[in-house]
Each structure stands twice: as structure tokens, then as C-alpha cells.
Write a protein that binds this ligand. Structure first.
Ligand code: F6P
Length: 366
């Protein structure tokens, strides 16, 4: 009999609950105990945040968005900001305390569900001796080695549906609609939703964009008697001059900048340069919400069940990955080495250019 603890860390993604469901049920069938740590590593620091999970606790949760355990992208246990009595912020390392509690509670393995940040932390714990198995999550789909992360398909569906709805209003008003979608380092959501949702322009972090090329495409549409345009821009897209847009530092303990603003900037430049009515909207966290699609649900359930198999095989410091439709164990260290970028030679990029979509570097010619 084994005693497993599962945690969900980083920004949430549709499918987290399906992973928890699969882990609890697969372990239960083996006669193993499962505990859930609330809010990332919360349960390792405060016993009240550690909950025993039985099948009845996870009944039907595979179809619900979010995570029943809660999640956080603040407070890396290796460099945790805490306010002292004088109100000053101090950076403390609570990883030893977490290791002690992990051992004291008698856990055999920690299943860490997260994106690059959470998996990097999980890998550090593995180096300290904690048996860890990783499960890849992020709507951005930018984790290396795994072909897909769960949450991405749901986010793309949400963005595509939004684009479908924008066509009619853009057309009625002969407007340009600029839609900012998530994607810090990689443009997967922008590319997939943009192609599927009939965008005229798609701007990705992988291709620095020239605003002149974007405006030329809009002018070209006018010449062809198409008086409205849809522009999809990933939040992490940059201009050819290296302009990157953010809203400054996040909350205490949040390592990354809060991105945002590129959509508004692109819209104002288009308005200025083409004199066309232009509006911008940010899809934001809508993309992280809602029930996971069938694809994400199935992938998350497969990941959860396969993670338990990795525990059984003692494949610690490994992450479960989808490789050529199969579940494979890969070293966590490999998965967190850089980000998975859109391959600019891929068929999706060729398709986009082929059907006349401008990717911000040039206007497709006939
Ligand atoms: O990594 C996933 C992600 O959704 C990014 O695309 C986005 O920049 C970030 O999380 C937003 O994080 P927060 O919820 O902290 O604003």
C-alpha cells in the first residue's frame, strides 16, 4: 500500500479536476491512500490544508473547470516572500520544512500537476530527495516534449467561438476587431484559434510584427471589397523594434510580469494609420475557465492514470507526456528546458500563409 499526495500549481487550466479524479480512482483500485495539498504546497506547510481524497470526494468533477484543490502562481517554496512583524518583505526558503513534513506524513510520492514553473519547483524537490511525478498542464501549450498539455484545446475552443461571434459585428460596422489572447512565450492559442476563426492577421511571439504589414493587410482587404478585418494577437507578441507589452509586476511572490496591452496598442496604431473604426478586446481568463472539452478531459484522465503507473514503476523525477498519441515518461529536467515554440516551418504556418493570413512580417501576395 502506498500513500500519495497530489497538488495543483500555477495558473489553473480546464482538466485539472479530471487529473485529480483519475489519480484518486486509479489509486483507490490499488488500495492506495490519496491526499490533496490545497493551494499548491499549502498542505505541506499547514496540516489543515492537507485533505484525504476518497472517490466520493471527486464524484463527477472530471467535467468541471478549475481545481477542487485550489492553485497558486505565487510563493515559490525555495524563495518565498513573507512579511515580518515590521511589515518588511523577506525572502525565505521553506523547502526543508516541506521535505520534513512530507517525510513525517509518510508519503511515498508527490504527483505535481503544473506548468513549467511548478514543474521546475517539483524537480528541485526531487533533487532534495522527494519522490516526484509530474503531470503537464498549461493552456499555453508551451511545455517541451509533450505534444499537448491539457487546457489548451478548451482555451482554443473558447477563443475560436469568440472570433466566430466577432465576425458579424465587425462586418456590420465595417470595423477592425483586435482580439488579444493568452500565450506568454508561444503563439499556439493565437495560431490555432486564428486559423480556425477566420482571422486576417495573426501575431505570435515567435514572429516579431511590423505594424505597417498589419495595416497593409487591412488596406488590401479594402481593395478586395472586404471592409472588415479580424486581428488576433498573442499577449506575448512583440514588434520588430522589440516593444513588449506588460502591466507591470504582479502580486507579492509572483515571479512573472502581468502581460497585457498589446491588443490595445495594435488597435490604436491601426486606427491612426488606416483611419478605420477599430476596437480591441482582451479574452483574458475566459480562456482558462469552463468545462474541459472532450479532448482535454480524456487527455487529463489519461495523464492522471498514467502518472499513477509511473509511481508504481518508481519513475521519479519524470513527467508523463503525450508523445505520438502515446503516454510516455520523460525526465522533468528535459521538459522544463526552455519553451515549446510554434515551428515556423510547420504545416499550420504554411496553411495560414497559404490562405492569405498575414503573420505580421509580410502581406501574403497573390
Ligand atoms: O501560463 C498561463 C497563463 O494563462 C498565461 O497565458 C498568462 O499570461 C498567465 O497565465 C496569467 O496569469 P494570472 O492568472 O496570474 O494573471
Amino acid at each position: 500500500m502506498k500513500k500519495i499526495v497530489i497538488s495543483t500549481g500555477g495558473g489553473d487550466a480546464p482538466g485539472l479536476n479530471a487529473v485529480i479524479y483519475a489519480v484518486v480512482h486509479t489509486c483507490y483500485k490499488k488500495g492506495w491512500e490519496v491526499f490533496g495539498s490545497r493551494n499548491g504546497y499549502g498542505g505541506f506547510l499547514d496540516i489543515d490544508e492537507m485533505v484525504r481524497l476518497y472517490p466520493r470526494d471527486v464524484e463527477g468533477i472530471y467535467s468541471a473547470g478549475g481545481t477542487i484543490l485550489g492553485s497558486t502562481n505565487k510563493g515559490n517554496p525555495f524563495a518565498c516572500p513573507v512579511k515580518n512583524l515590521a511589515g518588511e518583505v523577506q525572502i525565505v526558503d521553506v523547502s526543508d520544512k516541506i521535505m520534513q513534513n512530507f517525510n513525517r506524513m509518510g508519503f511515498d510520492c508527490h504527483i505535481a500537476v503544473g506548468g513549467d514553473g511548478s514543474l521546475e519547483i517539483a524537480h528541485k524537490f526531487a533533487e532534495k530527495g522527494m519522490p516526484v511525478v509530474g503531470v503537464p498542464k498549461t493552456i499555453d501549450n508551451d511545455l517541451k516534449i509533450t505534444d499537448r498539455t491539457f487546457g489548451f484545446d478548451t482555451a482554443v475552443s473558447t477563443a475560436t467561438e469568440a472570433l466566430d461571434k466577432l465576425h458579424s459585428t465587425a462586418k456590420s460596422h465595417r470595423r477592425v476587431m483586435v482580439v488579444e489572447v493568452m500565450g506568454r512565450e508561444s503563439g499556439w492559442i493565437a495560431l490555432y484559434s486564428g486559423i480556425s476563426g477566420g482571422a486576417d492577421v495573426i501575431l505570435l511571439p515567435e514572429i516579431p510584427f511590423d505594424i505597417e504589414a498589419v495595416c497593409e493587410k487591412i488596406a488590401d482587404n479594402e481593395l478586395r471589397d472586404k471592409h472588415y478585418s479580424i486581428v488576433v494577437v498573442a499577449e506575448g507578441a512583440t514588434t520588430i523594434d522589440g516593444l513588449r507589452f506588460n502591466k507591470g509586476k504582479g502580486e507579492l511572490g509572483r515571479a512573472e510580469m502581468i502581460l497585457g496591452g498589446v491588443g490595445e496598442w495594435v488597435a490604436s496604431e491601426i486606427r491612426k494609420r488606416t483611419e478605420k473604426d477599430t476596437r480591441a478586446l482582451v479574452l483574458g481568463h475566459l480562456q482558462r475557465g469552463g468545462s474541459p472539452t472532450t479532448f482535454d478531459r480524456l487527455l487529463a484522465l489519461r495523464f492522471g492514470a498514467a502518472a499513477v503507473r509511473l509511481v508504481e514503476e518508481k519513475m521519479f523525477d519524470h513527467m508523463i507526456a503525450l508523445v505520438d498519441s502515446k503516454m510516455e515518461a520523460v525526465p522533468i529536467a528535459e521538459a522544463i528546458k526552455g519553451r515549446k515554440k510554434v515551428d515556423l516551418e510547420s504545416d499550420k504556418i504554411t496553411t495560414a500563409r497559404g490562405i492569405g493570413i498575414c503573420l505580421g512580417d509580410e502581406v501574403p501576395q497573390d
